[in-house]
Design a protein around this ligand. Sequence first.
Ligand SMILES: NC(=O)c1ccc[n+]([C@@H]2O[C@H](COP(=O)([O-])OP(=O)(O)OC[C@H]3O[C@@H](n4cnc5c(N)ncnc54)[C@H](O)[C@@H]3O)[C@@H](O)[C@H]2O)c1
Ligand SMILES: *[C@@H]1O[C@H](CO)[C@@H](O)[C@H](O)[C@H]1NC(C)=O
Ligand SMILES: *[C@@H]1O[C@H](CO)[C@@H](O)[C@H](O)[C@H]1NC(C)=O
Ligand SMILES: *[C@@H]1O[C@H](CO)[C@@H](O)[C@H](O)[C@H]1NC(C)=O
Length: 335
Amino acid sequence: MDQSASNSFLLPIVDAVPISTKHVKVTVVGIGNVGMACAQTILTQELAEEIALVDVEEKKLKGEMLDLQHAGAFVPRTKITADTDYAISAGSDICIVTAGARQREGESRLSLLERNVSIYKSIIPRLVEYSPDTILLIVSNPVDILSYLAWKISGLPPNRVIGSGTNLDSSRFRFLLAERLNVHVQNVSANIIGEHGDSSVPMWSSVTVGGIPLNNFLDKNINGFEMQSLRDIHTAVVNGAYEVIRLKGYTSWAIGYSTANLTRTLLKNQQRIHPVSVYAKGLYGIEEDVFLSLPVQLGRSGVQGMVNAPLAEEEKNQLQVSAQALWQAQQGLSL
Ligand SMILES: NC(=O)c1ccc[n+]([C@@H]2O[C@H](COP(=O)([O-])OP(=O)(O)OC[C@H]3O[C@@H](n4cnc5c(N)ncnc54)[C@H](O)[C@@H]3O)[C@@H](O)[C@H]2O)c1
Ligand SMILES: *[C@@H]1O[C@H](CO)[C@@H](O)[C@H](O)[C@H]1NC(C)=O
Ligand SMILES: *[C@@H]1O[C@H](CO)[C@@H](O)[C@H](O)[C@H]1NC(C)=O
Ligand SMILES: *[C@@H]1O[C@H](CO)[C@@H](O)[C@H](O)[C@H]1NC(C)=O
């Protein structure tokens, strides 16, 4: 053993051959309430070896980085880095974007949207420059429009740009249906598709409870399964985010878990089906160049398949209305 090594805490094993292991890295851009909820859920669920944080607020970045690093004794071993410089994001498998502008006093919705668009124009090219093989997971609102924009700017194939979309709305939907029917939420299979927001579309025709199609219960007039009161649940889903924001000022935990859930499916190549925002032109009679949520199969290369769902006529119509509303909103923007 040579002299210098005996001064080290770890003594080297001379013939240990390094085995190359894939270092899984996730970058989170925007470290507000949502970005930090995503980062900490991904951290505790042991999904990445490295989490890089990026924001424009240098002080806050350092504070959040240190705070997570100080949890090191209690969480899976994960390298936490942070910088305003996108070089820190290099080689990311997934980049989660939650950055956005705060509404100024008296500012119009359109002006706010334009500012959000210009923030994306500054973020997306730099992410792709440092991680050309990344999957972009878009969370900022309006998520469908910003996912479309991110796809356009990034030059990535459409399968590698995904908006968190109605993955969260669907979880709220399942939770409320399960409460109403007094069954375990995991026994309610139900999806919301379309725009994340007001024009979202509940897929009533494919709701199952305990594996049994909802229609069976409706036909038999079983208590709790009346169509009108079930429809009210969709209204409650749409109002859900507003309600949380009214009460606590922002939403964070549910979107954090929803994003971590998508991240797991993608990184572990699980081929699970999730309702997320994807390039939708040509599907279900949608003719516009838009992103909106549809049930798709996700894996390590991003969107790997589209579910060819037998939608009811009404659902198909609502989906097309959702697509037109999004397309309209995109027209006024300097994309
Ligand atoms: N898709 C969903 O289901 C869903 C759910 C909840 C929230 N959201 C959206 O997530 C976004 C974030 O919400 P929040 O509560 O965390 O907001 P926030 O204001 O707390 O955080 C936004 C962060 O973005 C940062 N930022 C601003 N400009 C930036 C830039 N150019 N580059 C990098 N970072 C920049 C800000 O410094 C701030 O830290 C919002 O758009 C919100 O509507 C989406
Ligand atoms: C703009 O971004 C903010 C913060 O990310 C978000 O809350 C808001 O909904 C967005 N609004 C528009 C109109 O783009
Ligand atoms: C209900 O959910 C539980 C937990 O996920 C599962 O084990 C069970 O098989 C489900 N039952 C039916 C009938 O789907
Ligand atoms: C992810 O979400 C699905 C439902 O959409 C659920 O069945 C699954 O258990 C979740 N996985 C984890 C690890 O949370």
